[in-house]
Design a binder for this molecule. Structure first.
Ligand code: KG4
Ligand code: ZN
Length: 362
């Protein structure tokens, strides 16, 4: 079957069309189109996403992105070709979600197809099932086995979730304050770097020394699986203030190196605690797979450090990261999670489905 999915939870307007086949246990996906229209340029001057502006842009972009998704998937008659409509209805910015949900409700009615609401975090988890291997099919099957421990770390979330099967989520821990991606973004701002901060810190940290400055990794020694990142951000703030370090646009070579060393050390403090808790959770729960999802999964240091630390501790559990194009917000991952929910029997009434900003996995 073909799923048309819509994602507008934050500042990316995305529509995807994904072919899905197989039973829930052997589901395979083929991404026919996955159009992402980013609003980053609009929000960069404010140093973060402005919800009202984001919603206005979604409304403007959705018809265009929808048409492009059909075009790339070579679909002329959506009523004939599309079997179901999936949409992110939570978690995210309410005004943004509402735009996608309304568009999806209208579309499901026009096409007379079932509507499936998807939790954004579930989308990030199922981004791991989307893969362009040689046969262009997904990776379900031997690669991803349950129980799986999933680290979801994005601009809005940081959570460790235990999955004993499809659609079964048990929260092991989550952030008590800022999300991991938010910490990258706020840290970057303090270092004079643009929004979104994660990719920029990732890039400049490659030239820096991760052990130059000992930033704290909050809650690393606590036995629980919750996270806290606001103290780390504050320690960077005090560190810069106490040393009178400032990073204007043009930097000397020495200052550039200092900025890279601080960025690398700050990144190390975030990544260390993510990796330590993920590996401990995997051991405690006998995980057969470790999955990572959410924007921060794109971080090259996290990818390297997680694998290296697992090796160093003799942990052989397969570690899976989503493919690059499915890591940050996109609608293909919503289609994958939508198909799983569809197989589990979920159908939403277009007259009833509401956007829900604070929706969490159950
Ligand atoms: O999943 P996502 O696209 O949107 C949310 O659901 O929030 O994640 C966006 C977050 C931002 O905080 C961004 O700075 C972070 O993911 N991010 C990264 C990288 N790429 C994106 N953080 C660290 N390293 C990266 N390479
Ligand atoms: Zn996301």
């Amino acid at each position: 079957m073909k799923i048309l999915a819509i994602e507008t939870s934050c500042d990316e307007t995305s529509v995807a069309i994904v072919g899905a086949r197989g039973s829930i246990r052997s589901a395979k996906f083929k991404v026919l189109s996955n159009i992402v229209s980013s609003q980053v340029k609009l929000h960069v001057r404010y140093g973060g996403v402005v919800p009202g502006l984001a919603a206005r842009e979604h409304k403007k972009n959705l018809p265009r992105v929808f048409k492009l998704a059909l075009k790339y998937a070579a679909i002329k008659n959506p009523r004939q070709a599309i079997d179901a409509v999936a949409v992110t209805y939570g978690y995210g910015l309410l005004p943004s979600l509402v735009q996608g949900v309304n568009f999806a409700k209208d579309l499901a009615c026009q096409l007379d197809k079932p509507l499936v609401g998807v939790n954004h975090m579930e989308g990030h988890i199922y981004s791991n099932w989307l893969g362009a291997d040689k046969n262009k099919s997904g990776r379900t099957g031997p690669a991803i086995r349950f129980p799986a421990v999933t680290l979801i770390v994005s601009g809005g979330h940081t959570a460790l979730v235990l999955m004993r099967g499809h659609g079964q989520y048990q929260f092991l821990g989550e952030t008590l304050d800022d999300a991991g991606g938010e910490c990258f973004d706020k840290g970057a701002r303090l270092l004079g770097l643009p929004y979104p901060g994660g990719p920029v810190i990732d890039k400049i940290a490659r030239q820096g020394n991760a052990h130059a400055f000992p930033f704290p990794s909050p809650m690393i020694h606590s036995k629980e699986f919750n996270f806290s990142f606001s103290g780390l951000k504050t320690s960077l703030l005090y560190f810069l203030r106490d040393h009178h370090y400032q990073f204007p646009e043009r930097l000397s070579r020495k200052k550039t190196q200092l900025q890279a060393d601080i960025a690398a050390s700050f990144q190390h403090a975030i990544v260390r605690v993510l990796v330590d808790k993920t590996l401990r959770a995997a051991l405690n729960h006998g995980a057969k797979t470790i999955l990572v999802g959410g924007g921060v999964a794109a971080n090259s240091y996290l990818q390297k450090y997680l694998r290296q630390t697992a090796d160093g501790r003799g942990i052989r559990t397969p570690i899976i990261f989503p493919e690059r194009s499915f890591i940050t917000d996109n609608a293909a991952m919503i289609a994958a999670a939508g198909y799983i929910n569809y197989c589990l029997g979920r159908r939403d009434d277009p007259n009833q489905l509401d956007a829900d900003a604070g929706l969490t996995l159950v």
